[in-house]
Design a protein around this ligand. Structure first.
Ligand code: NI
Length: 219
């Protein structure tokens, strides 16, 4: 999710693998010293973000079967891509991966980073109270619209280490987690708008994609 007026938190430290988490890195650890291994784990790269309209953004994504190194590498790349954009949330389908996984960080811009990885997230509870927030999306650049959603939600998910967790979200976090879970079901924030407005935005994005293609920019 893109948030108007939001800038990336100051702390530049990337998320790290847990220290001494027995077994997790066993496969790739063999024959690699710790410094090299940590360097390897931190080797992240940004991926291109798909721009609406794209059939890959309209799909109901497949559940993640296993939390392995490949998935962790995807999540790390997604965080890197999200921070670089900059944005506060990014879902796997936005980088062309059909998997129920998302990353987000809605921490205050003056504080340290607070990256979260949610795998196979499921909303357990929605507050009756509603909240309106000016939403944007990294797949729909520079378009913002006020969207009304439950003000808080409780979510069950698997984390980056493979542990099943439950967490309550409110404020920007609640808006963002709902926006990102929508992505996993092929739903965009503009789907909450009227048909005419949505068509206008889609036409703008088609034009943007044509211009980007001409300029040789992928996705
Ligand atoms: Ni989005």
């Amino acid at each position: 999710m893109a948030s108007r007026g939001w800038t990336a938190p100051k702390a530049r430290r990337p998320p790290r693998a847990p220290q001494g988490a027995a077994g997790i890195d066993a496969g790739i650890d063999a024959g690699i010293d710790r410094a090299r291994r940590d360097g390897y784990l931190r080797a992240m790269s940004t991926r291109s973000i798909l721009i609406h309209p794209d059939p890959r953004l309209k799909k109901v994504c497949a559940p993640v079967a296993a939390v392995d190194e490949r998935l962790r590498s995807l999540l790390d790349d997604m965080l890197e891509t999200m921070y670089a954009a900059p944005g506060v949330g990014l879902a796997a389908p936005q980088v062309g991966v059909d998997a129920r996984a998302l990353v987000m960080d809605c921490a205050d811009k003056d504080g340290p980073r607070a990256p979260m990885c949610l795998i196979n997230p499921e909303i357990l509870w929605r507050a009756e109270a509603l909240n309106e927030h000016e939403e944007g999306c990294l797949s729909i650049p520079d378009i913002y619209a006020p969207i009304t959603r439950p003000a808080s939600v409780a979510v069950r998910f698997t984390d980056r280490e493979g542990a099943v967790r439950e967490a309550a979200f409110d404020g920007l976090w609640a808006t963002c987690v709902q926006h990102e879970i929508d992505h996993l079901d092929g739903k965009l924030f503009i789907d909450y708008l009227g048909a005419a407005k949505r068509m206008l935005i889609t036409e703008k994005m088609r034009k943007l994609k044509r211009e980007r293609a001409k300029a040789g920019i992928s996705a």
